[in-house]
Design a binder for this molecule. Structure first.
Ligand code: ADP
Ligand code: MG
Ligand code: MG
Length: 481
């Protein structure tokens, strides 16, 4: 495969870097600098979002497969969210060993018992894949393998679209790659527009002209510009205003209309509660944040996601679905089920079942090709290699149940130049594709089930984890080959 970096001299790199930095700053392809809560820093405290300098080759067939199955995943999330018994079995088990899952599941139970005020639900998901190549296979024959399915607070829809623009710009203006890179092979993601249009569809379905969409944000969010682009797009293309509130502000300023259960923040009615927070333990430092979540969940506002969708995104659910016959309980069409299954890699329980005990014993012998995952989101939570063995030895059978095991997916290595905090770095890299899904269900039927564009994140081969916000990866774009 062609190495786009190999012919670049240091002088080329300097020119690319200057052009890239200005493009990032001009186009809002930025994040806040750390610790920039004082007013002067808020006025100018931004740096370039971590990006690659040029797109990464990605097999066209694998990309097509990922796009094609996204509506199946969207539907699957919804169908599982409606299966109370299925969720109950998984969540009750997890609740005995994972306090955070227990809190989320308890909230689900409370709301369910009270009666769900809002029958509609909005999903803005992202299914993440790494490509896998069998030995001797051609790059173009690589197949997608799912890393995980995110159902809450998926990010980088906006910055990923801007990164593709950056790559087209650098290629066209410098001419450095024109013999190797055809910009028409960089697919348009359109994820800014699709996320905004998903919110707009839910807002219209809610049916109040004066209500606003509420984005539930983390205090001091550094990735605020990825979010702002959605707000600006929602206003420009749909004429809908979005307000930003933290969970604590929802608790302090929120109330429900006693009759309709409509959610008001002060005097402002909320049509859609869109979470870009509320997925990590750190999002709930006190009981107040839980109060805010409960208030919103009880309300008539359309939730993106509902607590049930959030639970479906648990890694344990992903592992259970991979067991024989489980996925097929939800996906009745055999061809669709087969398409989804092709994207699964090996997933193993760590419970007291015979499969769980076998997986545990096998991992104690060899854990080099495994990753061990707790029920957490946001990067930096997984356990790799020898650490799996030492961790397993400290856990009781019950405690092991809080985790799953998964085969490591080892993608082909490519080369790129990464631009992070204003610094360039040539690197051997691997990439992870994310495909956004937009899904709106009115309680009776799906009224939207769409693909919502894509994201490519790229990281140095030496790093186990891939989160951009967590500091491991950069935002990239795809060059179809
Ligand atoms: P999170 O919800 O915290 O993002 P992930 O399951 O996505 O958890 O894991 C975080 C990162 O760890 C991924 O982005 C990827 O880089 C790496 N990773 C996770 N699972 C695998 C796997 N099966 N094979 C290779 N890398 C993996
Ligand atoms: Mg995740
Ligand atoms: Mg992830």
């Amino acid at each position: 495969m062609s190495d786009l970096a190999s012919t670049l001299t240091d002088e080329h790199l300097q020119i690319l870097k200057d052009a890239a930095l200005d493009f990032c700053l001009s186009h809002g392809l930025v994040v806040r600098t750390p610790f920039s809560n004082d007013p002067t820093a808020l006025a100018g405290g931004v740096i370039n979002a971590p990006v690659s300098l040029f797109p990464t080759p990605f097999p066209a067939n694998a990309y097509k497969d990922a796009i094609k199955i996204q509506p199946l995943y969207n539907q699957l999330v919804h169908d599982i969210s409606q299966d109370d018994a299925f969720l109950k079995e998984i969540m009750e088990n997890l609740s005995t060993v994972d306090d955070f899952v227990k809190r989320l599941y308890d909230l689900y139970l409370v709301v369910k018992k009270e009666g769900i005020a809002q029958p509609a639900s909005l999903g803005i998901h992202r299914s993440d894949y790494i490509i896998h190549l069998n030995q001797g296979q051609d790059f173009s024959d690589a197949k997608i393998k799912q890393v995980e399915l995110n159902t809450i607070a998926v990010s980088f829809g906006s910055l990923s679209s801007l990164t593709a623009d950056l790559h087209r710009y650098l290629t066209t203006t410098t001419g450095y790659f024109t013999d190797k890179l055809d910009i028409s092979a960089i697919p348009n993601s359109g994820s800014i527009e699709s996320v905004a249009s998903g919110l707009a569809s839910a807002h219209l379905h809610y049916g109040s002209k004066t209500a606003k969409v509420m984005m539930v944000v983390q205090p001091g969010e550094r990735n605020a510009f990825d979010q702002r682009w959605i707000e600006y797009n929602l206003l420009k293309n749909h004429g809908i205003v979005l307000i930003r509130k933290t969970l604590a502000e929802v608790a302090d300023h929120g109330r429900l209309d006693p009759k309709t259960k409509a959610l008001y923040i002060d005097d402002q009615e909320v049509s859609v509660a869109y979470y870009r927070s509320a997925y990590a333990t750190t999002d709930y430092p006190t009981e107040k944040e839980w109060d805010g979540r409960l208030l919103a969940e009880r309300s008539l506002a359309i939730k993106c996601p509902t607590i049930a969708y959030q639970l479906v995104g648990a890694k344990k659910v992903q592992q259970v679905l991979a067991a024989p016959g489980q996925l097929e309980r939800f996906v009745k069409d055999p061809e669709s089920a087969a398409q989804l299954r092709t994207s699964f890699t090996g997933l193993y329980p760590l419970d007291s079942s015979p499969e769980g005990v076998a997986a545990y014993e096998a991992a104690l012998v060899n854990s080099e090709d495994l990753v061990m995952k707790p029920q957490r989101e946001g990067g930096g939570n997984n356990i790799y290699g020898k650490d799996i063995q030492s961790t397993l030895k400290t856990l009781t059978v019950e405690q092991r149940n809080a985790y799953i095991l998964m085969d490591i997916i080892r993608p082909p290595i490519t080369k790129n130049v990464l631009l992070r905090m204003g610094e360039l770095q040539r690197a051997d890299v691997v990439s992870e594709l994310g495909v956004y899904g937009i899904y709106l269900h009115d309680g009776q039927k799906a009224i939207r089930n769409d693909n919502g564009g894509h994201l490519l994140r790229t990281k140095g081969v030496e790093s186990n984890e891939g989160g951009v916000a967590a500091g491991f990866a950069v935002i990239d774009s795809i060059l179809l080959v």
